[in-house]
Design a protein around this ligand. Structure first.
Ligand code: BTN
Length: 329
């Protein structure tokens, strides 16, 4: 079905759907209930955003080229008719997408609402660490989920998201990322993605889970701040190719939807199996560094609650709820 034109974003979607055929300005104006000048102004705004729109006399507008942007219309084009995403809210530059997502969730935004930004000036990671989010280089995105589950199961959504992003990266960039418990994706031992899961909950029910995903996509080696140069990488560095961020964002969203549904229908077992298959942690000798102690041993698996199990040298199995994992040898 063709999108109904009502603003700049839906005009863009309509031009994309026309597959290179001109769309008449008068028809667009009639459909939107605005003047032809108003349509022309939207076209000008699209050009200011970096799109190339050709105006063919007596025929109409054709979209000739799209910039590398995470515009909702572009992401939707790649999503096809996937039912998971309800709304995509796009920002050029924000402090962080997390508080915006929290506010939207509290104001009633439905499951599958997405907040995405080209740049974050105060991106944050786990334990309030800063998250480098340079303009146009990555996917800085928060997704609102509203599953009907008790709060203690919410951390499982970090694992669901990790599995989803691994698959999206494989499908879109042809790069094999591995999951470092609980929320990092690594390529060649360097971090390519971080996941930040936050919760709005009553004592017995989740109100909303906000999943923040930071994916390093098109940075080149010199683009990372000095302190990250040795520990971070990007898909471009690993694959040697520029990656289409909108296609990757769509794939991430499609897979979050797919694995959330799988989890809600069949429980945690299939996710646990996929997570362990893609894990960089299981089977390794690790140090789990926590605030008050460090546990050393072999990571042997994750529990139903997403807790990492480590067998220490004396054979005791310890459950780790939150820690930084570093290789022990
Ligand atoms: C981590 O590895 O510590 C998690 C990093 C999460 C970064 C993402 S980027 C989108 C969202 N907005 C933020 O400020 N943080 C998350």
């Amino acid at each position: 079905m063709e999108s109904k034109v009502k603003d700049k974003e839906s005009l863009l979607r309509r031009l994309m759907e026309s597959g290179g055929e001109p769309v008449s300005g008068q028809m667009l104006a009639d459909e939107a209930g605005v003047s032809r000048t108003a349509v022309w102004k939207w076209v000008r705004e699209l050009e200011e955003d970096g799109y190339t729109v050709r105006s063919i006399r007596k025929k109409g507008y054709v979209l000739e080229a799209s910039p590398d942007r995470l515009s909702p219309a572009l992401i939707r084009k790649y999503l096809n008719d996937d039912p998971f995403v309800s709304e995509i809210i796009h920002f050029e530059s924000v402090g962080s997408t997390m508080p915006i997502a929290h506010r939207e969730a509290q104001n009633g935004a439905p499951n599958g609402t997405v907040i995405v930004a080209e740049e974050q000036t105060e991106g944050r990671g786990r334990l309030a660490r800063p998250w480098s989010s340079a303009a146009g280089k990555g996917i800085w995105m928060s997704v609102i989920l509203k599953p009907d589950i008790p709060p203690h199961r919410a951390p499982q959504f970090t694992l669901i998201t990790a599995v989803a992003i691994c698959r999206a990266i494989r499908e879109t960039a042809d790069v094999e990322a591995r999951i470092k418990w609980p929320n990092d994706l690594l390529v060649g031992g360097c971090k390519v993605t971080g996941i930040l899961t936050e919760l709005q909950a009553d004592p017995d029910r989740v109100q909303a889970i906000i999943i923040g995903t930071g994916i390093n996509v098109n940075q080149e080696p010199g683009d990372f701040p000095e302190e990250l140069a040795d520990i971070a990488t990007s898909l471009r560095i690993e694959s040697g190719q520029t990656v289409d961020r909108a296609a990757l964002a769509a794939s991430v969203l499609r897979n979050i939807g797919r694995y959330s549904s799988l989890y809600l229908e069949e429980g945690f077992a299939p996710i646990k199996a996929l997570w362990e298959e893609n894990s960089d942690t299981i089977g390794r000798k690790v140090n789990a560094v926590m605030m008050r102690e460090t546990v050393t041993g072999t990571a042997i698996g994750i529990t139903e609650e997403g807790v990492l199990e480590i067998r220490t040298d004396d054979g005791t199995v310890r459950g780790i709820y939150s820690a930084d994992i570093v290789p022990a040898e």
